[in-house]
Design a protein around this ligand. Structure first.
Ligand code: T4K
Length: 409
């Protein structure tokens, strides 16, 4: 049975120290939002009746049309996941040699380059936006640089104008990893139409999902044509292959999930926004915890509840907070930790990043994310808030108790 947080009257009540858990069920960061199941099963029945399961079927075509209406681009190309989508985009725009990318991102943003023999050159971030810092890009450009991959981290757009200026000044390709940014806008325009192409993720953990899946958006007709061939082994027609390609196709069942999910898009956003406001109200009163905020004049999906922990003010560090929450069945995550440059193969290949990624280093030590989405209620948010308040109020005792347990282990 769930217990209310007021029952945590002493430090020994924390689950980390053997007390009962605050939540009976696990609260996940990235628990999927699911649309109308009945409608989904109807579409699956149609699909089985038709016996057309993949390879540019009617659901994929319909889904792509609907996506293009939402993001306002000429072309939306559905793919099996954003990682393959990024690989296709990077390759199709002609990136080679070195490409500048932030290290503060999910590892896929770097791997899609390395996987194709392109060196990811990691750029530091702006500590306020968590996005690539345009002021640090020019110093990284060499004769081998062919492009920039900007990442709209947490769905908050990069400084797109500045990135566009740099890429046109140095004749670089510009692709956006928009994995987090479906439903978001920049200066009133939907994310999707910027740079040479933008790539979205519809993975189960994103606020809108197709189980696995993704989409490449572009306004460039030639690029779209190339991408469509490349995601289908390079085929142009039944028997002719015109270029190297891969299998990046989205299946019909994923597209069916997407079509159904789109009908609940507004509901997903409004629940996320409601929870975000509840988190904001509680966390603005907690010393040492800074919640990242969204510009409410732009469209947002409000999926990510991201906190930065200031150890000195909070009296407790990020890792111990994550351990405490995890023990209570709140599976908080250290997104993104460590930075990509600290993971293989980059860690072994490049040794000197620490000196020029200071903001990335700092942020990866203090950042964490909390659950959001349709599986999270206001009551859940309030209980998490009460727990965190209890933790901060008792930080000294918690730290000491934790240290003494560690010493005795
Ligand atoms: N670029 C960026 C900036 C990205 O963040 C991502 C993906 C990509 C590119 C690549 O996109 P895709 O190729 O995936 O389309 C998760 C996701 O797998 C990944 O898609 C996402 N970013 C990343 C931020 O998070 P993990 O390894 O942390 O996932 P995992 O299995 O630990 O799951 C996360 C939480 O979600 C867990 O608490 C469990 C929960 N969960 C997960 C699934 C799959 C559920 O409750 N239900 C589920 O069905 O990477």
């Amino acid at each position: 049975m769930d217990r209310t947080c007021s029952e945590k009257t002493q430090v020994a009540d924390l689950a980390l120290f053997g007390g009962p858990t605050l939540f009976e069920d696990l609260l996940h960061v990235g628990c999927p939002n699911i649309g109308d199941r009945r409608k989904f099963f109807e579409l699956v029945d149609d699909m089985f009746d038709r016996r057309w399961l993949t390879n540019n079927g009617p659901f994929v075509k319909e889904f792509e049309e609907r996506l293009a209406n939402i993001v306002g681009t000429k072309h939306c190309i559905a793919v099996c996941n954003a990682t393959i989508g990024l690989e296709l985009a990077v390759r199709a725009v002609g990136m080679t040699g070195e490409v500048i990318v932030p290290s503060f991102t999910f590892i896929a943003s770097a791997h899609v380059l390395e996987w194709q023999g392109i060196k990811p050159v990691f750029c530091d971030i702006d500590p306020e936006t968590h996005n690539i810092d345009p002021n640090r890009i020019e110093e990284l450009i060499t004769p081998r640089t062919t492009g920039i991959v900007g990442v709209h981290v947490w769905g908050r757009p990069c400084e797109i104008e500045a990135l566009e200026m740099i890429s046109s000044k140095y004749d670089l390709k510009l692709v956006f990893d928009a994995a987090h940014a479906f439903g978001c806008s920049y200066q009133g325009k939907p994310i999707g139409g910027f740079g040479d192409a933008e790539v979205f993720s519809f993975h189960a953990t994103k606020f809108f999902n197709t189980f696995e899946g993704g989409m490449i958006a572009t306004n460039d007709d030639d690029l779209a044509k190339k991408l469509r061939m490349m995601k289908n082994f390079g085929f142009s027609g039944k028997d002719t292959v015109l270029s190297i390609g891969i299998n990046g196709k989205m299946s019909e069942i994923s597209a069916a999930m997407g079509i159904v999910g789109l009908e609940s898009l507004e509901e997903f956003v409004s629940i996320n926004q409601r929870n975000y406001h509840a988190y904001k109200k509680i966390f603005s009163k907690l010393p040492g915890i800074k919640l990242i905020t969204y510009d409410e004049n732009e469209s947002q999906n409000y999926q990510y509840i991201i906190m930065e922990i200031d150890d000195d003010t909070a009296g407790i560090n990020r890792d111990l907070i994550v351990d405490i929450l995890t023990a209570e069945n709140i599976l908080a995550r250290r997104y993104f930790f460590p930075g990509c440059h600290e993971m293989e193969p980059y860690r072994s290949s490049y040794s000197d990043y620490e000196t020029f990624l200071p903001e990335t280093e700092k942020l990866t030590q203090s950042v964490m994310s909390l659950p959001n989405g349709t599986s999270i209620s206001i009551n859940d948010v309030e209980r998490m808030g009460q727990l965190l308040r209890f933790v901060l109020e008792n930080s000294n005792e918690i730290r000491e108790k934790h240290a003494s347990i560690k010493t005795n282990q």
